[in-house]
Design a protein around this ligand. Structure first.
Ligand code: FAD
Length: 307
């Protein structure tokens, strides 16, 4: 069996793997796609100490770093179920979709999350070329330009407030008749001179010139009238979905489906840890996921030496 089995090969999983392997214990990583969300990222400017990089480059560096240690990487393998150890100090099982069963003394879940998409024409075509999901990541790329935010919940309104300080103006489009964000956020939003709020607006297309985004088209859901706004970017903020379907009934999740962890990254099951975007830890960022991954690995190691 593995001493530590990590499920997920994004920044959190890679970091957990390196920290575990450096303890000289038997470490494995199962990943559906090594690199995780980083593979879908164009420009990365907030990975501290690296002024600018791109996703595939960072993902390749992650893999190279992990491979320089004795880690058993099982790429292109999807975990389908988790069976926690029956007794303290026993083995946890991770069942793969292929039918294989892996056993480990401790498990670190780092299966990440995915942004909910709106599924309109232009979204996929211009992803990373004006279609964005993360204001902390991509906001500064559109300094002085016009942008839209889709979604009027807390994350959409926070994004609009954040972006309003950087870009020329922000159009916030909410599908329902009113915003769902907390009152204090709405108050702040409506106090900003360079934000236009549209409620009851259905985005029908993200327009582009073949190269990058140059507009958004939405219809007024009451009148059916169609409008187009010229802009450089659309930030889609309609939810981040944690990849926890496969563990739903085994460990405690928040009402948003995120894994609840303590301050050492341990879940509700002893010996099962979690890190990164899949957990309740706030702010979903590469550098945070890496920090959390190393923390969970140290937590798992501490667990191992006590059992
Ligand atoms: P992920 O990167 O989501 O990795 C999850 C891993 O788990 C993957 O290997 C996946 O294949 C695997 N997995 C999932 N389910 C299973 C399963 N059942 N079985 C086996 N494996 C599974 N952050 C920044 O800091 N700066 C940026 O500029 C930035 N830009 C971004 C741009 C885009 C378009 C996106 C989508 C995100 C961006 N982020 C950025 C956010 C950042 O990518 C995430 O916070 C980070 O990747 C989270 O790392 P993670 O390891 O927790 O999860």
């Amino acid at each position: 069996p593995f001493d530590v089995l990590i499920v997920g090969g994004g920044p959190a999983g890679a970091s957990a793997a390196i920290y575990s392997a450096r303890k000289g214990i038997r470490t494995g990583v199962v990943a559906e796609r090594f690199g995780g969300q980083v593979m879908d990222t164009m420009t990365i400017e907030n990975f501290i100490s690296v002024k600018e990089t791109d996703g595939p480059k960072l993902a390749a560096a992650l893999e190279e770093h992990v491979k320089s240690y004795d880690v058993d990487i099982m790429n292109l393998q999807r975990a389908a179920a988790l069976v926690p150890a029956h007794d303290n100090g026993g083995l946890t099982e991770v069942k793969l979709e292929s039918g294989a069963v892996l056993k480990a003394k401790s498990v670190i879940i780092a299966t990440g999350a995915r942004w909910r998409e709106i599924n309109v024409p232009g979204e996929k075509e211009y992803r990373g070329r004006g279609v964005a999901y993360c204001p902390h990541c991509d906001g500064p790329l559109f300094k002085g330009r016009s942008v839209a935010v889709i979604g009027g919940g807390n994350s959409g309104v926070e994004a609009a407030i954040d972006l309003a300080g950087i870009v020329k103006n922000v159009t916030l489009i909410e599908f329902n008749g009113e915003l769902r964000a907390d009152a204090v956020l709405q108050k702040k939003l409506f106090s900003l001179p360079n934000v236009t709020v549209i409620t009851g607006g259905q985005t029908t297309e993200i327009n582009g010139d073949g190269e990058k985004v140059n507009g958004i088209t939405y219809s007024n859901r009451q009148t059916g009238e169609s409008h187009r706004v010229e802009l450089a970017a659309v930030f889609i903020q309609i939810g981040l979905v944690p990849n926890t379907d496969w563990i739903k009934d085994t460990i405690t999740l928040s009402k948003f489906g995120e894994i609840e962890v303590d301050d050492k990254g341990q879940t509700s099951e002893p010996g099962i840890f979690a890190a990164g975007d899949v957990t309740t830890v706030p702010f979903k960022q590469i550098i945070i996921a890496m920090g959390e991954g190393s923390k969970a690995a140290l937590g798992a190691f501490e667990h191992l030496i006590r059992h």
